[in-house]
Design a protein around this ligand. Structure first.
Ligand SMILES: Cc1cc2nc3c(=O)[nH]c(=O)nc-3n(C[C@H](O)[C@H](O)[C@H](O)COP(=O)(O)OP(=O)(O)OC[C@H]3O[C@@H](n4cnc5c(N)ncnc54)[C@H](O)[C@@H]3O)c2cc1C
Length: 252
């Protein structure tokens, strides 16, 4: 993560919270969203920070906690949400079993992957890296941000494009929001896919985004994806380094 804009003094205070689960919802064959109540706790965060989530009593060789970007927006009152891939680890199995009313420990907010509403934005999401962008798009929509936002979102198969219905609704709600999907392995799916195929590349970015508007570019996903995008943006697309921000989802 890179430091963006203002210093730590402008970030909301960090704390430890025990929060009750409100909802455990399936998003795709491999991912789920967990919504927790923050009511009465004073928990505050910026669009779109992260949290460390710990589950009591989990016996996992890699610990009882994981870092997650928030998929919710500060404009959604009294809740926070994370959206995670459910792999077969003790931590994730315990997370998937959580029921409304169960509690989890949250430390945060952490991170400085912050949306700058004063500039046009280009979001590049790889797989579960969509989480902070769902939050940022919700935030920009709820706040009526007048700067344009373009999202390019890549997943392996169409059924792993999470939040699709909501993202499409956001795009329909304003000419300032545009959302584009690509699928890298359509043949691994039984669903028909008639959209864009392949990774996010120079040609596709140039086709759908006007880089002369000098957008701030945000990238989130697994390390290989983020690295490839930063090299492409800086090298071939001449985006200045200080206009690029990224969140690396280490740990998969
Ligand atoms: C800033 C940030 C934001 C993130 N946001 C999200 C998000 O929104 N959604 C999401 O799904 N994930 C997110 N992640 C990833 C998340 O924190 C977990 O790392 C990931 O979900 C894997 O956890 P796991 O229990 O499934 O896997 P595990 O394999 O148990 O991995 C958990 C931890 O153990 C370590 N580990 C595992 N095996 C080894 C090994 N052999 N040797 C050394 N270390 C090992 C990993 O490096 C990792 O730190 C984010 C990560 C970061 C850093």
């Amino acid at each position: 993560m890179r430091v963006l804009g203002s210093g730590d003094a402008d970030l909301p205070p960090r704390g430890e919270y025990e929060l009750p689960l409100l909802e455990n919802r399936r998003e795709s064959p491999t991912s789920r969203t967990f919504r927790f109540s923050t009511k009465g706790t004073g928990f505050r965060y910026l669009s779109n920070q992260a949290i460390r989530l710990a589950l009591p009593g989990v016996d996992d060789p890699w610990g009882r906690a994981r870092l997650f970007s928030l998929s919710s927006s500060p404009t959604e009152p009294d809740i926070l949400a994370v959206t995670c891939k459910i792999s077969d680890t003790p931590f994730k199995r315990a997370l998937a079993r959580l029921r409304p009313g169960d509690t989890a420990y949250v430390f945060g907010p952490v991170g400085r992957f912050l949306y700058d509403a004063s500039r046009p934005a280009l979001f590049l999401a790889g797989g579960i890296g969509i989480t902070p962008f769902r939050g940022m798009l919700r935030f920009a929509t709820d706040r009526g941000v007048t700067q344009p936002i373009t999202l390019l979102y890549s997943a392996r198969v169409p059924e792993e494009l999470v939040f699709r219905r909501e993202l499409d609704a956001i795009a329909r709600s304003s000419p300032l929001r545009s959302v584009h999907y690509t699928v890298t392995r359509p043949s691994d799916s039984s669903k028909t896919w008639s959209g864009h195929i392949g990774r996010i590349d120079e040609e596709w970015i140039s086709e759908v985004v006007d880089l002369s508007l000098r957008p701030r570019v945000y990238v989130a996903g697994l390390p290989e994806m983020v690295q490839a995008m930063v090299i492409l943006l800086e090298g071939r697309l001449n985006v200045p380094r200080d206009s690029i921000d990224f969140e690396v989802f280490r740990g998969y």
